[in-house]
Design a protein around this ligand. Sequence first.
Ligand SMILES: CCCCC[C@H](S)C(=O)N[C@@H](Cc1ccccc1)C(=O)N[C@@H](C)C(=O)O
Ligand SMILES: [Zn+2]
Length: 311
Amino acid sequence: VHHAAAVGKGKGVLNDNKSINTDSYSGGYYLRDITKPMYSQNGGAIETYTAKNKMVSPGTLLTDSDNTWVDPAAVDAHVYAGKVYDYYYTKLGRNSFDDEGGTLKSTVHYRENYGNAGWTGTQMVYGDGDGSDKYAYLSGALDVVGHEITHGVTERTADLVYEGQSGALNESWSDVFGNLIENKSDPEWLCGEDIITPNIPGDALRSMSDPNKYGDPDHMRDYVDTTEDHGGVHTNSGIPNKAFYNFVTTSGVTRDNAAKVWYRALSQYLTSNSKFIDARNATIQAATDLFGEDSKEVTAVTNAWSNVGVG
Ligand SMILES: CCCCC[C@H](S)C(=O)N[C@@H](Cc1ccccc1)C(=O)N[C@@H](C)C(=O)O
Ligand SMILES: [Zn+2]
């Protein structure tokens, strides 16, 4: 069967027009992007499926007869996964989540009234929202898609245990790369702002610049000891999130260099039971490796963690 790259059209969750890389064969179009380096290297692709609101993954590969796509959740999951692939490949030299050109699979319409998105260990899954007006389709935000795929990167590198401090680091690294990839110029470095209460502008699930705004700590003294949410991984992530925000907004530190430091710390130094103090040390070591011990990056990252009471 001959596969040919095609370009389709569709609207995203925010009703925006998007071009979509699709795969045309046997007289139909499939939501499979075969334009990435991984395809020619080892047949890796970006594929988008629907679970039809069941708890199945990957589900059914989406197809269309005329390459005009009418499922906004699928359009955004697909296009945004491509953007995340491109970011890791071009900015950090990583070839997909596994650095082996592994196919990136997304499943949309996962479960019923699912107000969340996740990484299953092999792929991304996206809910439609919780049935209230709190969420739009979760794949409609590039920071969400970047967040979930980064869990795949983390699992193949530091493999941070999803519990307590290592779990909060796991969550934070996903928020960091979700926002780096989304690359908005908004000063607050918000999480999920595009899909949280779509009718209310400006709100979000978390803020990296001011975690307290959404009830999350921004200093070690306010670390939340809880059994909820795997030990508060989405709350205590406020502390490393704020540390990254401090670092990336220090004058002279560029987003790309901050990303290199955080990626090198994740892939070379963090391990499954790392705690916040280990993340401080890992990012200082990574900055030292990349820019030298007397660099502004080393000074900035040291101060960034001190500011949140770590180290
Ligand atoms: C095992 C527990 C369920 C998986 C949690 C996934 S990884 C997650 O963290 N999802 C994000 C979605 C997201 C990402 C970026 C920006 C906004 C929202 C998340 O924050 N989920 C919240 C709702 C939560 O699980 O508490
Ligand atoms: Zn997460």
